[in-house]
Design a protein around this ligand. Structure first.
Ligand code: RP5
Length: 163
């Protein structure tokens, strides 16, 4: 593993998920976390998914943020094949507005955990912030950046004025 290896993987079932998952990418960029973004489909590219999961730990990934919509099997099937923590983001589907995605990701059988976040943009942002919090536990510089991010967020609310 090389020193500049990504620490977080952001994967998604389709190009159409990018609009949502780009929010996770933005958060990791803002907080200076090395990461990679890939399209990995449980249904359309199962071999790529298996390979991604099987090699995640040896490549140095410390968390995998997996977004999918509809029959959202990607987070669970990746979690089944790696000990690296998987953070699932339900992407809003056209037919059922993401409730299908949410339930597909949340209802894992005992023994194969997937941390499940909110549907859509909030879920993508929070999954990234959660990954940052995990990494910050043994990275003091990152912990400082996360503290500053939280402080700036609070300050913005404090300074907000109603019309
Ligand atoms: C899932 O099917 C993807 O995660 C995406 O949310 C959904 C629809 O995919 P497309 O038909 O837009 O490629 O696998």
């Amino acid at each position: 593993m090389v020193d500049d290896a990504p620490r977080v993987g952001i994967i998604m079932g389709s190009r159409s998920d990018w609009e949502t998952m780009a929010h996770a990418d933005s958060v990791l960029k803002e907080l200076g976390v090395r990461h990679e973004c890939r399209i990995v489909s449980a249904h359309r590219t199962p071999a790529r998914m298996n390979d991604y999961a099987a090699t995640a730990r040896e490549r140095g990934l410390r968390a995998i943020i997996a977004g999918a919509g509809g029959a959202a099997h990607l987070p669970g099937m990746v979690a089944a094949q790696t000990p690296v923590p998987v953070l699932g983001v339900p992407v809003q589907s056209r037919a059922l507005k993401g409730l299908d995605s949410l339930l597909s990701i949340a209802q894992m059988p005992g023994g194969v955990p997937v941390a499940t976040f909110a549907i859509g943009e909030s879920g993508a942002r929070n999954a990234a912030l959660f990954a940052v919090a995990m990494l910050a536990a043994d990275d003091p510089a990152l912990a400082e950046r996360l503290d500053a991010f939280r402080e700036a967020q609070a300050q913005k609310v404090i300074e907000d004025e109603l019309p």
